[in-house]
Design a protein around this ligand. Structure first.
Ligand SMILES: Nc1ncnc2c1ncn2[C@@H]1O[C@H](COP(=O)(O)OP(=O)(O)O)[C@@H](O)[C@H]1O
Ligand code: SF4
Ligand SMILES: [Mg+2]
Length: 321
């Protein structure tokens, strides 16, 4: 196979707070090929957004990338100067739909102006040229081009989210990160946005990294799924295997706690206990205080990553020989 579009190796992103060091992303590795989509799931607070911010180098202070490498199109972007990264990678190479972005569209500018601005800043277009591009983009995401003249308050939630997606696509980046893009929307609109993302992935061959606390949403779009728990990826592999044959006890619990879109109807369970404190995570396997299968070893030693099926990886002592 050709080289990956994105290769993250042993990434560590920590927040240096007065209370202590929050190990929000702690030794995370994965790769993504062109046109492929990766879903990242896990409970709130497990480090999903911090991982996304790391990839576009916008980790808010007091956080910073403290170790590891992020290779994008063959280059380690952690080593680039901010100027070089901004010029060559952010938005052009990797763009991001921020969590809650549709709520922070600027209310005093039209949607067209806000999209046109991306072209004016990054490509030196005139306002008129920018607006022409904005119309094309709106069409692409299923909004009538005449809506360039609309203000955010004139659009529905679903349309605003489409406009935000249009902005992320403006410079045709090979990788788009979407952080909880459907969370604030009702179920029908959620489905429309997911269909739009699937279409973009298939038509534009854009790689998508879709982040959600809801695994059923991710399984709809993603080719591969990574499950995060307490700053680490605990299970990773092809979507159908992770979704239909989950191996990690945490993934199983996560799947049992959501209604499945397809398949049998059964009782939902929730995961007892609380997510780990990332300043003082539990030793050994971070999931051990909540795991129904925890053994003595799990409390002391961190489980190694094991390939349980082809390209399907799990970090759990249950699967070591
Ligand atoms: N600006 C910040 N300062 C300190 N800690 C932070 C900051 N942002 C996030 N964190 C911590 O990092 C961890 C991961 O948060 P986040 O990446 O937002 O998780 P998720 O997106 O999965 O909900 C949490 O423990 C959170 O409290
Ligand atoms: S390593 Fe142990 S505690 Fe962790 S998920 Fe596996 S069985 Fe449970
Ligand atoms: Mg988040």
């Amino acid at each position: 196979m050709s080289e990956p579009l994105l290769e993250v190796k042993n990434l560590k992103t920590y927040f240096y707070t007065l209370r202590g060091i929050v190990r929000a992303v702690d030794d995370v590795s994965f790769e993504l090929y062109r046109g492929e989509s990766l879903g990242l799931a896990g409970e709130s607070g497990c480090g999903k957004s911090t991982l996304a911010f790391s990839l576009i180098r916008l980790v808010p202070p007091p956080g910073k990338i403290s170790g590891g490498t992020i290779i994008f199109e063959g280059r380690d972007v952690t080593k680039m100067s901010e100027e070089e990264f901004r010029r060559e990678v952010r938005w052009r190479g990797i763009s991001m739909i921020f969590q809650g972005a549709m709520n922070v569209l600027n209310p005093v500018y039209t949607i067209g102006d806000q999209i046109a601005e991306v072209f004016m800043i990054h490509k030196g277009y005139s306002k008129r040229e920018g607006l022409e591009e904005a119309k094309k983009l709106l069409q692409l995401v299923g909004i009538e081009p005449r809506r360039v003249k609309s203000y955010p308050f004139e659009l529905s939630g679903g349309m605003k989210q489409r406009a935000v997606i249009a902005m992320a696509l403006a410079l045709s980046p090979p990788l788009v990160i979407a952080d909880e893009p459907t969370t604030a929307l009702d179920v029908v609109v959620q489905a429309q946005i997911l269909n739009l993302m699937k279409r973009l992935k298939n038509e534009l061959r854009t790689s998508i990294m879709l982040i959600s606390h809801d695994l059923s949403i991710i399984a709809e779009v993603a080719d591969k799924i990574a499950i995060m728990y307490g700053g680490k990826i605990v299970e990773y592999g092809p979507s159908d295997l992770v979704y239909n044959n989950p191996r990690h006890p945490y993934t199983r619990a996560l799947l049992n706690s959501i209604p499945r879109l397809r398949g049998e109807i059964r009782d939902l369970t929730w995961i007892p206990g609380t997510p780990p404190d990332l300043i003082n995570p539990p030793p050994g396997c971070r999931f051990h205080p909540r795991c129904p299968h925890a053994m003595e070893r799990c409390k002391k030693e961190e489980p190694p990553v094991v390939e349980v099926d082809r390209n399907h990886y799990v970090a759990c002592w249950l699967y070591t020989k």
